[in-house]
Design a protein. Sequence first.
Length: 359
Amino acid sequence: MKKKIIIGILLLIILLSGFWGIYTTLLIHQPYYVVGTDKEKSELLRLSKTMDEQSSNPEANFILIQEIVKILHAQGELEILNLFLTTYVEKNPEDPFNGYYLLLTAQNYLKSGAEPFAIHYFDRILKNYSDLVVRGQSIHYICLSNLIDLVGKPQNKVDYYKELLSNFSSDIQKGPAYFYLAKIYEELGEWDLSIQAYKNFLQYPDTKVPGFPDAVTQIKPIIDYYDYRNKNWTMENLDDLVNSVKYAIRHKDYRRLSKYRAKINFFAVSWEQAKTEANSDFLNKLNLFMKNRVRYSANLDKDSNLQEAYLKTWGWSYRIKTWYLYFRRVNFPADPEIHGQWEWAGIYFGEKPFSRSES
């Protein structure tokens, strides 16, 4: 009897050991990404097993991985999903779809708010993986578009915009791309390259630049100023420039007065008007408007400051007798020799309707 009990216990131990072995084997070999409901686990196990059976077939694996991604993404298991994707890429370095799998990883990190990790993978794809078109979208284009928004370093942004313009010109609006590229070159102090990018931008005059509604109006004068060769109308000292203009007026010396006038973007408007370039007909008649005795204030207007100045004059032979001559500092870092100097930049017609310091 005792012998039968012992045999029975041994058989039970063997049986339990078998079950335990099977159970632990299942635990050990069940992939870490098999999570979720029983139905989801069953499906993930099936997909995993199928992948193991056809591990040498990237195209077939692509379809299976898409299904795994869909399930894990629906569960919100982005960390597990990222581990699955990066582990697969590491174990299958020759898979031609690896760039796409890392793109999914980058997008998951971006969705989770982990921008540094997203930037790492977007950049890694560009540097190490050939471009792929998946569902009609280039993975390199997606990476570049994201990196332009995420990366703050100007030099990196330059490279991204250049690659966009070089490889994806048919997929983007080239006008805004050239405009933003020019702005970044400005930030880097690369003025020649900035001007060239602005010139390329002006080839698309109908383009709309978000955040810069008057982009064309703003940029054209910069180009004109850059291209004008001899900018000899500027002076380092404001008092010297004002006194020179006064001298020309006092002696009715049109040629001398014209010499001190800015040759680019010189305006002649009433106070209420926007600054628009004076037409050549008006400028050519300046000598006629000096027939009478023109007078000027001894001092600059009270609203003058370190950046701009006003000189009241009156007695011009024009329908409006009073002119305020407007002087300003040159803001043109592209040319260090004149940047910060002073120029006579325009004329305001009529009495000043308000104090600009109070407006």
